[in-house]
Write a protein that binds this ligand. Structure first.
Ligand code: ADP
Ligand code: MG
Length: 190
């Protein structure tokens, strides 16, 4: 199946009507390989209107690649991506992005390269945005307590697959997948 990205022009009425009926971002069967390394292996990922989705998982599991695919920076080998409305990538400074009133924001380890003293401040900005409720968010993070606070749903990536997903109370507090348990133990013991 060829990959394709569809997007619609913004129509406030249509966007409102469709928001409850379908996902703002819908990725189906996304597969991507570099050479014989399968980096994304049939990923299905939806983000509903207003939904906050956190993505956790080890380095190299495909988290950045799925975000890049969502905004067209990576072309999947297979699968479809549908985006209903405007979107932005998190690399654009948060403040500048907000001026454009996006419906969805993607965050790729926003705190990982920061001076430790700035981490709390950036997390506060994202928490504040999340608490306002309107925006959908797809957030790759290793900040487990932050993810537990703001996410409606948590996805655990491993080797290009979503190996576990559910509410934070399940995935972060009571994971059933051995890989999730092992990952969380390592991250929480830092
Ligand atoms: N352009 C590329 N060419 C070759 N390999 C890549 C490329 N982009 C990513 N990869 C590989 O894909 C895997 C997943 O990368 P990435 O999505 O960045 O993982 P994560 O964000 O979870 O750490 C890694 O093994 C990475 O080396
Ligand atoms: Mg990454």
């Amino acid at each position: 199946m060829p990959s394709q990205i569809e997007s619609r022009t913004h129509d406030p009425v249509a966007a409102t009507a469709s928001a409850s009926a379908q996902a703002l971002l819908s990725m189906r069967g996304i597969t991507k390989s570099y050479g014989d390394h399968v980096v994304l292996n049939h990923i299905d990922l939806d983000v509903a209107s207003r939904e906050k989705v956190a993505v956790i998982g080890p380095s190299g599991s495909g988290k950045t690649t799925i975000l890049r695919a969502a905004i067209g920076l990576v072309k999947p080998d297979e699968g479809t991506i549908r985006i209903d409305g405007e979107y932005l990538w998190q690399r654009v400074a948060i403040a500048r992005s907000l001026a454009l009133r996006p419906k969805i924001m993607l965050f790729d380890e926003v705190t990982s390269a920061l001076d430790p003293e700035l981490v709390g401040e950036v997390l506060r900005v994202v928490r504040q945005l999340a608490s306002e409720g309107e925006m959908s968010m797809l957030i790759v993070t290793h900040e487990i307590s932050f993810a537990a606070d703001i996410a409606d749903r948590v996805l655990m990536f491993d080797a290009g697959k979503i190996v576990e997903q559910g509410p934070p109370s399940q995935v972060l507090k009571n994971p059933t997948n051995p890989r999730t348990r092992q990952f969380l133990r390592a991250v929480l013991e830092r």
